[in-house]
Design a protein around this ligand. Structure first.
Ligand code: ZN
Ligand code: ZN
Length: 277
């Protein structure tokens, strides 16, 4: 399984997962031309993408969705609430393009080509937003993706346990947010349980999720106003050191990661070797 983060942050979000010949986009915050250029740059023709899973309807996650779905006939995988919100915004997977709507139900897995996609209900100020756990059925490799998440509930932590890679929001430093230029209502909204994940909360979650099979962690959706890549990295690294974790920790810049990363299946290797995890 391979993952490329194409864009990350308050302007645009999109990543692509490839495994066993299947390609799945997660969120479509980039316009079709930029998206196509970024996909081709990593060797993926946009028409080879088999669908797009949408976390929620905020514009930084769906800006290019309508045109991309019409152009490439991608089915849209999302919760009932997200589908309804997309419909209200005039973005319909099926609007004239023949693309399908695939409904994700919290905690249930949908088979999509060679991939299994599980939607996990998360806390955020949107219509039934979701995180995703995507598994390659052939290799068993699993990646979890959660951006725009106010907190990681016990059910999200359970769903994210034993994944091989995690892309997780590390949105803001609490101190920078508190003393920063945003108006009070916006500060409250960001810091709320339905807002965005702070560096400190991201670190706590990663400490709980760290296990030796977790090979890659990508910190995503960093605020350009209330955070710095150095602070996000330091906070996560501190928490992960406490957990004794050794793996690759990367920061997704607004224009994504410069290179994709390869995710193997730790659980399958360890099962084959008869090792307890
Ligand atoms: Zn966002
Ligand atoms: Zn959002």
């Amino acid at each position: 399984m391979k993952v490329w983060v194409l864009a990350s942050g308050s302007t645009a979000n999109s990543l692509v997962i490839e495994a066993a010949g299947e390609r799945l986009l997660v969120d479509c915050g980039l316009g079709p031309r930029t998206l196509a250029g970024k996909l081709r740059a990593v060797g993926i023709p946009p028409e080879s993408v088999g669908g797009v899973a949408v976390t929620h309807e905020h514009s930084d996650h769906i800006h290019g969705l309508k045109k991309a779905c019409a152009k490439w006939r991608w089915p849209v995988l999302a919760s009932t609430g997200t589908h309804a919100a997309l419909g209200a915004k005039g973005v319909r997977g099926s609007a004239g393009g023949g693309a399908r709507r695939i409904v994700l139900v919290n905690g249930q897995t949908v088979s999509h080509g060679a991939l299994d996609v599980m939607g996990v209900r998360i806390q955020h100020d949107a219509s039934e937003p979701m995180a995703f756990v995507v598994t390659c059925r052939a290799s068993g490799a699993r990646v979890a993706v959660a951006t725009d998440i106010g907190e990681l509930s016990a059910s999200v932590l359970a769903a994210f346990a034993r994944t091989d890679a995690i892309v997780l929001e590390s949105n803001h430093d609490l101190q920078m947010l508190a003393s920063g230029p945003y108006p009070p209502y916006l500060k409250q909204r960001i810091a709320a349980r339905t807002g965005h994940l702070s560096n400190a909360d991201c670190g706590s979650a990663l400490e709980a999720l760290a296990h030796r099979g977790l090979s890659h962690i990508v910190l995503a959706h960093l605020s350009e106003v209330n955070n710095t890549p150095e602070m996000a990295r330091a906070s996560a690294a501190r928490a992960l050191r406490k957990a004794g974790w050794r793996g690759k920790l990367a920061i997704a810049a607004p224009d994504g990661l410069t290179s994709g990363f390869e995710v193997g299946s730790s659980s399958m290797v360890e099962r084959q070797l008869g090792l307890a995890i």
